[in-house]
Write a protein that binds this ligand. Structure first.
Ligand code: DAH
Length: 341
């Protein structure tokens, strides 16, 4: 019996020694120590052993089992440890590797410029009024001192929706809504889309404007000029100055065209300013008394100035874009280049 146990022990140790992986070790364990294993069947055969020998044989069996188990457990542990190390190695993260580049989007150039304008005028205390894109003929023209057969209507090719309704051709329409709703002092900007039947390299049937309106006691052209000087420095750079040229708009009197000194050549003359040193950027003026009176504002007490800025025009000038279509074609090669916010 002792010999048999010795044989089982030696074979078991041999098999454990030769096992190359965890699965094989489990097999060995089942074959020897399992329910139907060799050692277990020796124990079952105890009934055939003489009663006086049983304690001794029992002890041998237990010793054999303990010896095999010890070696087996040790090897299992070793395999498990190796397996863990392999896993660590294969799942290793190199924290010094550069991170994957996240592609960052940016705001559309028109939105960027609009936000810049809102920031600048907001810091000067202007409130924002958002008008609607569909307007009546009255707000878009008549109340702005442009009655039905006024020649100034020819300045803007209008999309009429009906004899009464139209797509607003200018954010100036918002001036009237604000003055009807609120008594002076008034200090608003009104950004938004406007529409005109016009289509070439610098005009699009849909574009964006920002209107400005200030009405208070003693407002004059000087206030307009002073505010514009601050504005152009902020948007085009510290060295930019303004120049006013006489112009005509029905809703302002006097009316001016505002030029800025060329921010590219500093006024010497270049391609951008067509050699003149000046670039036209917006229209403005002192609010026509007829417009104020139409809104029940006492012109003996109050006066105002107004201005209208073309947002695409500012974006094209600032970012060197020569065709307005580039702003509407959603070409990421163009849009990615402009990230100014
Ligand atoms: N509404 C004019 C246009 O679309 C721009 C403009 C000019 C607005 C003078 C004004 C202004 O408020 O005073 O051409």
């Amino acid at each position: 019996m002792k010999e048999k146990l010795q044989q089982i022990r030696e074979r078991a140790l041999q098999e454990i020694h030769e096992s190359k992986e965890l699965g094989r070790l489990n097999e060995v364990r089942d074959n020897i120590l399992g329910k139907k294993g060799e050692l277990t069947s020796v124990l079952r055969g105890m009934k055939d052993v003489a009663p006086e020998d049983r304690p001794k044989v029992g002890q041998w069996v237990n010793e054999t089992r303990a010896a095999i188990e010890e070696v087996l457990e040790e090897k299992i542990k070793k395999f498990q440890e190796e397996e863990l190390q392999r896993k660590y190695k294969s799942e290793k993260i190199d924290v010094t590797m550069p991170a994957k580049q996240a592609v960052k989007g940016n705001l559309h150039p028109i939105t960027q410029v609009r936000n810049q304008l809102i920031d600048i005028f907001g810091s000067m205390g202007f409130e924002i009024y958002e008008g609607s894109e569909i307007e009546t003929d009255y707000y878009n023209f008549t109340a702005l001192n442009t009655p039905q057969d006024h020649p100034a209507r020819d300045m803007q090719d209008t999309f009429y929706l009906s004899p009464e309704f139209l797509l607003r051709t200018q954010t100036s329409a918002g001036q009237i809504h604000v003055m009807e709703a609120k008594k002076p002092p008034i200090k608003i900007i009104s950004p938004g889309k406007v529409f005109r039947s016009d289509d070439d390299a610098t005009h699009s049937p849909m574009f964006s404007q920002m209107e400005g309106l200030v009405v208070d006691k003693g407002i004059s052209l000087c206030d307009l000029k002073g505010m514009l000087d601050v504005f152009v420095k902020k948007i085009f750079g510290e060295n930019t100055t303004t120049r006013l040229r006489p112009s005509y708009f029905p809703f302002t009197e006097p009316s001016v065209e505002v030029d800025v000194s060329c921010f590219q050549c500093g006024g010497k003359g270049c391609k951008l300013c067509k050699g003149t040193g000046w670039i036209e950027v917006l229209g403005a003026g002192v609010v026509n008394k007829k417009v104020l009176e139409g809104c029940d504002i006492d012109t003996d007490v109050y006066s105002g100035f107004a201005f209208g800025i073309g947002i695409e025009r500012i974006a094209m000038l600032k970012y060197g874009i020569n065709n307005i279509k580039l702003l509407f074609e959603s070409d990421l090669r163009v849009l990615d280049q402009i990230d100014d916010n």
